[in-house]
Design a binder for this molecule. Structure first.
Ligand code: C2E
Ligand code: MG
Ligand code: MG
Length: 804
C-alpha cells in the first residue's frame, strides 16, 4: 500500500492524476446511468444501452490509463506502440460488453461474480496491454506480487460494483456504483503502476509505428472529450427520465385521488405511496405514512391472516376482508385487494382498500329487517322460531318448561277501517309496547301477522305462571288506547301451549297455541285458553279437509249449481246465480258455507274462484237464451288474484258478452284496502261486467260502501226476507233499502224468498228481482223448461191477484 501511495505521490504529476480520476469518475457515472437505462428499457434498446455503456466504460479505462501515464514521471521520453495501444481500448470495450451482458442477463450471485471477474480482467487487460505498448528508453520490469494484487483489486471492486448495480434509478445507488467502478479502475491502475519499474537507457525517436507523448495527449484528450460528452448526454437523459417519472407519478396520483378507495403502494411492506383517501382514512399526512410498515395499519387480530397471505405470490391473492386501524384508533372493516406493479421502475405491490363500513351497516340493517317487523321492531316469525328453538333446547337441558302464547287482537280490523291505517299502525306499536311491559327481558314477543303476536315465556314450567302472564297480556290490551287524540278500544284473545306437555318442537307448539286461540275465537274471543288434545283432533280434521279440497279440482269433484233470479214484476227468468258445490266421495255434497272459508284461509280460493268464473262463463255461453250468469267472488279471492284478468280470459275463451256476466261481491272486500278494492272494481266495470253488492244490510256500514263505488245492483240479504212477515221494523228497513237503491239508480234484488206471502209483500215494495226456493232451488241443471217458466209466471199472476 505504501509502495502504491509512494508511486502515486512521488512518481506521478498529481494534477494529472486528479484529472485522470475525474475522467474515470465521470465515465463511470455515465456508465451507471446507461446501465440504469438498460434496466428499465425493453429489447432491443437494452442491447444498445449495454453496448454504449461498454464503449464509454472501455474508453474511460483507457483514458484514465493514458492520462495517468502522462502523469507518470518516468514516462519522460516514453512512446507507445499504436497497435497495442489501439488493441488495449478494444480489449477494454469488448471485456466490458461481455461483463455487462452477463450482469444484465443472469442476476444470480455466481453470474454477477463472473461478470465482475470479466470486468476486472477487461480493465487489467487494457492496463497491461497499455503498459506493454510502452516503448521507453529505459528498461521496464514488473513486480509479480503487485501484478497479482492489481488483478485482485480490479476484479474484487468490479464484482462489488456489479453486485450493487441494482435499482440504479436511485441517484444514491448510482453514485455508489460509480464509486466502486472508479475505484476498481484507479485501484488496478495505480497498483499496476506500483508493480512497474522503468530504468532509463537510451532515447527513442517518435517515428515509425510509435506514438509519442504529444500524440498520446491528443488521443487521450479526444477520448476524454468523448467521455465528457457521453456524460453530458447521460445526465440530460437522466433528467428527462426523472421528469417523465415525476409526470407519471403525478398522473398516477391524480387518478388515485379520484377514487374513493384507499390506494397504497408498498415495497417489502414499506409504504412508498398513498392516495388522499388513505390520508383521510388513517388521519395522517402522506409524509408520515410513506416509509411506515403497512402491517402496522392493520388490527392486531389480523396477524395470522396477513402471515398466511405473505406466503402466497401477490397475483394469486383474492380480495379479502380485514379490519384496519384508522384515524383515532377506530377499527374499520375493509375489503383488501392487491396486485404486483412496477413503481418507480421497480417491482412493488399496489393495495386497494374499500371501506366496508357503510356496506356492513346496511347489511346489519338488512339482517335486522329480515328478522324483525318493520312497524313494531319486534322479532318476526323467522326470528321467533329461532328463539323458540333455543328456549326449547335450554329447557330440554335444564328440565324446565316453555310457554307459547298466541295472541290475536279483537276488533282491530274495524278500528283500522274506521280510523285509517295510520291509527291502526300507531295502535299496533302501542300494543307491542304494552305487552313488552308485561314480559321479562328473557321472554320473546314477536309479531307474526297483521294483528297476531306470539310470546315465548322461557323457563316457564307451571301452567299457573303461564296463565297469569297470558291474563296480564290480554288484560293489558283491554284498557283503552289514546291515539292521535282519539280513544281506541280493542281486546285480545290468547291460546297457550306448554313445553313439553303439548309439543316438543317449535312448530308443534306454535300450532298447538294457534289451535287453542282458534277455539277462543270460536267461543267468542276476549279470553285465554290452554291447548287440549281434543282441539288437535278437530284441527286434524280441518287439515284433512283442506288437503282434500286442494285435490278437488284435479279430481273433478267441484260442481256448479244454478238458481234462477226472476223479474220482480213478471216472474220471467233474467239471471242464474252459479253456486258452487263440492261432491266429496265420502261426505257427499259439502256446502260452500263450510269449505269456502277453508279455501280462503288456505289460499286455495284463487284457484277455485278462477275455476268457477271459467265454468260459469262456459255454461252461460251454451244456454239456449241470453240469460245472465251471476258469479260470487270471495273477498280473499279479490285480494289474492287478478280477478279482471281471469274474467277477460274466461269471456274470451267462451265467447261470452261481458254484459251477461254479473260479479257478486260482499262489502268485506272493502275492509283492509278499500282503495285497492275500488280500483279492481273500476277495472271490472271497464270490461262491461255488471257488479252486484251481495248480502246487503248485514255489514257494519253498507251505506258507506254505496258511496265509494257505484254498483249495478244490491242484493238484500235473506235474513231480512225471513223476518219480513213477522217484523214491522224489518219491513220498514227493507222498504227503506229498496227506496234508497232506486233513488241511487240501482237494481234491487231480494234473496231467500220462500213463501207466496213474502213474494206478495216484496212485490209491493217494488223489488226489481227476486231469488229463492219459492222459485227454484239451486240445481245442477237449469230449471228453465217452458213448464217451469209458466209456473213462475203463474206465481206472480197469483201474487198480483192477492194484492189486488
Ligand atoms: P249467497 O251468494 O248469498 O248465495 C245465496 C245462498 O242462499 C245460496 O246458498 C243459496 O242456495 C241460498 N238460498 C237461495 N234461496 C234461498 C231460500 O229461499 N232459502 C234459503 N234458506 N236459502 C236460499 P249456498 O249455495 O249454500 O251458498 C252460500 C254462500 O256461499 C253464498 O251466499 C256465497 O256467499 C257462497 N258461495 C256459493 N258459491 C260460491 C262460489 O262459487 N264462490 C264463492 N266465492 N262463494 C260462493
Ligand atoms: Mg251470491
Ligand atoms: Mg247473498
Amino acid at each position: 500500500m505504501i509502495r502504491i501511495l509512494t508511486c502515486i505521490t512521488q512518481q506521478h504529476d498529481l494534477r494529472l492524476v486528479a484529472l485522470s480520476a475525474v475522467i474515470c469518475a465521470l465515465g463511470s457515472f455515465a456508465v451507471t446511468t446507461m446501465m440504469a437505462q438498460a434496466e428499465v428499457t425493453k429489447a432491443p434498446h437494452t442491447a444498445r444501452w449495454i453496448g454504449a455503456a461498454a464503449v464509454v466504460f472501455g474508453s474511460s479505462v483507457w483514458a484514465l490509463h493514458f492520462v495517468a501515464m502522462l502523469a507518470f514521471a518516468p514516462a519522460e521520453g516514453i512512446a507507445y506502440e499504436i497497435d497495442l495501444t489501439a488493441s488495449s481500448i478494444a480489449v477494454a470495450v469488448a471485456g466490458t460488453w461481455v461483463a455487462l451482458l452477463l450482469w444484465h442477463l443472469f442476476r444470480r450471485p455466481a453470474a454477477v461474480a463472473l461478470a465482475g471477474t470479466v470486468l476486472g480482467l477487461a480493465i487489467a487487460g487494457m492496463h497491461y496491454l497499455g503498459v506493454s505498448a510502452m516503448r521507453s528508453s529505459g528498461f521496464i520490469a514488473f513486480d509479480p506480487a503487485f501484478v497479482v494484487a492489481s488483478l485482485g483489486v480490479g476484479i474484487g471492486l468490479a464484482a462489488l460494483a456489479l453486485a450493487r448495480a441494482r435499482d440504479l434509478l436511485s441517484l444514491r445507488r448510482r453514485i455508489e456504483v460509480t464509486t466502486w467502478l472508479a475505484l476498481a479502475i484507479c485501484g488496478l491502475h495505480f497498483t499496476g503502476m506500483a508493480a512497474t519499474t522503468v530504468a532509463p537507457m537510451l532515447r527513442l525517436s517518435e517515428e515509425g509505428h510509435l506514438l509519442g507523448s504529444t500524440s498520446l495527449a491528443l488521443a487521450v484528450g479526444l477520448v476524454s472529450l468523448a467521455i465528457l460528452l457521453a456524460c453530458l448526454i447521460a445526465i440530460l437523459f437522466q433528467q428527462h427520465l426523472s421528469q417523465r417519472a415525476v409526470r407519471e407519478l403525478n398522473r398516477m396520483r391524480l387518478l388515485a385521488n379520484l377514487t374513493h378507495e384507499v390506494l397504497l403502494i408498498h415495497r417489502d411492506c414499506e409504504i412508498v405511496e398513498v392516495n388522499d383517501a388513505g390520508v383521510r382514512l388513517f388521519g395522517e399526512p402522506v409524509e408520515d405514512l410513506v416509509g411506515r410498515n403497512i402491517l402496522g395499519l392493520f388490527a392486531e387480530s389480523e396477524g395470522p391472516t396477513l402471515a398466511r397471505r405473505a406466503r402466497c405470490p401477490v397475483d394469486d391473492l383474492r380480495p379479502e376482508e380485514f379490519i384496519m386501524r384508522a384515524a383515532g384508533g377506530v377499527l374499520v372493516p375493509v375489503e383488501l385487494s392487491c396486485s404486483a406493479i412496477e413503481f418507480g421502475g421497480r417491482p412493488a405491490t399496489a393495495v386497494a382498500l374499500r371501506d366496508l363500513t357503510d356496506r356492513k351497516r346496511d347489511e346489519a340493517r338488512i339482517r335486522h329487517l329480515a328478522l324483525h317487523d318493520a312497524l313494531t321492531d319486534l322479532p318476526n316469525r323467522y326470528l321467533l322460531e329461532q328463539r323458540l328453538a333455543h328456549a326449547l333446547d335450554a329447557a330440554a337441558q335444564d328440565g324446565s318448561g316453555v310457554a307459547v302464547v298466541y295472541l290475536d287482537l279483537d276488533r282491530f280490523k274495524p278500528v283500522n277501517d274506521l280510523h285509517g291505517h295510520a291509527v291502526g299502525d300507531a295502535l299496533l306499536v302501542q300494543v307491542a309496547k304494552r305487552m313488552l311491559g308485561e314480559l321479562r327481558p328473557t321472554d320473546t314477543l314477536a309479531r307474526v301477522g297483521g294483528d297476531e303476536f306470539v310470546a315465548v315465556l322461557a323457563g316457564t314450567r307451571a301452567p299457573e305462571h303461564a296463565a297469569e302472564i297470558s291474563d296480564r297480556l290480554v288484560g293489558g290490551l283491554v284498557r283503552p288506547f289514546a291515539i292521535e287524540g282519539q280513544c281506541v278500544e280493542i281486546g285480545a284473545s290468547a291460546g297457550v301451549a306448554l313445553y313439553p306437555g303439548d309439543g316438543g318442537t317449535a312448530e308443534t307448539l306454535l300450532r298447538a297455541a294457534d289451535t287453542a286461540l282458534y277455539r277462543v275465537k270460536d267461543d267468542g274471543r276476549g279470553a285465554v285458553r290452554f291447548f287440549e288434545a281434543s282441539m288437535d283432533t278437530q284441527l286434524q280434521a280441518r287439515r284433512q279437509m283442506e288437503y282434500e279440497l286442494g285435490l278437488a279440482i284435479a279430481r273433478d269433484e267441484l260442481r256448479l249449481f244454478y238458481q234462477p233470479i226472476v223479474n220482480g214484476a213478471t216472474g220471467e227468468i233474467e239471471t242464474f246465480e252459479a253456486l258452487i258445490r263440492w261432491q266429496h266421495p265420502e261426505r257427499g255434497f259439502v256446502s260452500p258455507a263450510e269449505f269456502i272459508p277453508l279455501a280462503e284461509q288456505s289460499g286455495l280460493i284463487a284457484q277455485i274462484g278462477a275455476w268457477v268464473i271459467d265454468t260459469a262463463c262456459a255454461a252461460a255461453a251454451s244456454w239456449p237464451r241470453p240469460w245472465r250468469v251471476s258469479v260470487n267472488v270471495s273477498p280473499q279471492q279479490f285480494r289474492q288474484s287478478d280477478v279482471p284478468a281471469i274474467v277477460v280470459r274466461a269471456l274470451a275463451r267462451h265467447g261470452l258478452v261481458a254484459a251477461r256476466l254479473v260479479i257478486e261481491i260482499t262489502e268485506s272486500v272493502f275492509i283492509q284496502d278499500a282503495t285497492k278494492a275500488v280500483e279492481v272494481l273500476t277495472r271490472l266495470r271497464g270490461l262491461g261486467v255488471r257488479l252486484a253488492l251481495d248480502d246487503f244490510g248485514t255489514g257494519y256500514s253498507s251505506l258507506s260502501y254505496l258511496q265509494q263505488f257505484r254498483f249495478d245492483k244490491i242484493k238484500i240479504d235473506q235474513s231480512f226476507v225471513r223476518k219480513i212477515e213477522q217484523s214491522a221494523d224489518t219491513l220498514t228497513i227493507v222498504r227503506a233499502i229498496a227506496n234508497l237503491g232506486h233513488n241511487l239508480g240501482l237494481q234491487v234484488t231480494v234473496e231467500g224468498v220462500e213463501t207466496a206471502e213474502q213474494l206478495a209483500i216484496l212485490r209491493q215494495l217494488g223489488c226489481d228481482q227476486m231469488q229463492g226456493y219459492l222459485f227454484a232451488k239451486p240445481a245442477p241443471k237449469l230449471p228453465a223448461s217452458e213448464l217451469e217458466q209458466a209456473r213462475l209466471r203463474a206465481l206472480f199472476a197469483g201474487a198480483a191477484a192477492r194484492v189486488a
